[in-house]
Design a protein around this ligand. Structure first.
Ligand code: DLZ
Length: 196
């Protein structure tokens, strides 16, 4: 019997004309890595060119909204000037680790069609989880509505390591939610062009 959860039957969308940005937190790296790989795999499988997938990292999920916001506005600057300014230049070295750029520089200077924010919050003994989950969710939604750029919500908010692994495709029978986020980015990127 098919699962009640999930986005339903996968829609096929051609991502070959899209430029997609990913910002991921480094906190809980062992869970982040398969999620990131799953998202990248589905972007590539949908036809997004490797050179049009830009990946940056930040220390933790708290930093995702500002990094996503700056990454998007930097791509607008790139598109409207002949400057060689990179998204990382605007983000500033104090908040991002540019050495973690895991893909070659983009061949395109077009604005991003969609962005994916990836983070993993695992509940601990304090209120940290609640504050960060709430603020990051609101922050990402704000950037999405303010810019009109789809921001895919790749923030796992889980109560245990086991729940995190089950959602990152780690272990038998588990499902990698990063794959769903990659497909969602392509779908929203294509639809955004249609809505324009
Ligand atoms: C501090 C903190 C804690 C306790 N837990 C997490 C977590 O589970 N997942 C995550 O992505 N980040 C966590 N952080 C780090 C914060 O997001 C942030 O990077 C720091 O507070 C610095 O602003």
């Amino acid at each position: 019997m098919p699962s009640l959860k999930g986005p339903g039957d996968a829609q096929q969308h051609d991502g070959s004309a899209l430029r997609i940005g990913i910002v991921h937190a480094r906190w809980n790296t062992t869970i982040i890595e398969p999620l990131l790989a799953g998202a990248q795999a589905k972007l590539l499988a949908s036809g997004v060119k490797e050179s049009n997938i830009i990946v940056q990292s930040v220390p933790g999920s708290w930093e995702l909204p500002i990094a996503i916001s700056k990454m998007y506005s930097a791509s607008l600057v790139q598109n409207t000037t002949t400057s060689s300014l990179s998204a990382g230049d605007l983000l500033g070295s104090s908040t991002t680790d540019l050495t973690s750029l895991t893909t070659p520089p983009s061949s395109s200077s077009a604005p991003f069609d969609a962005l994916i924010a990836i983070g993993v919050l695992i509940k601990g003994e304090t209120m940290h989880f609640e504050y960060i989950a709430d603020a990051v969710s609101s922050g990402l939604m704000r950037v999405q509505l303010d810019t009109g750029c789809p921001i895919i919500f790749g923030l796992l908010t889980v109560l245990s390591d086991e729940q995190a692994m089950a959602r990152a495709g780690v272990g038998s029978g588990s499902h990698n939610h990063g794959e769903d986020w990659g497909l969602a980015a392509v779908e929203l990127g294509v639809k955004r062009k249609e809505w324009a």
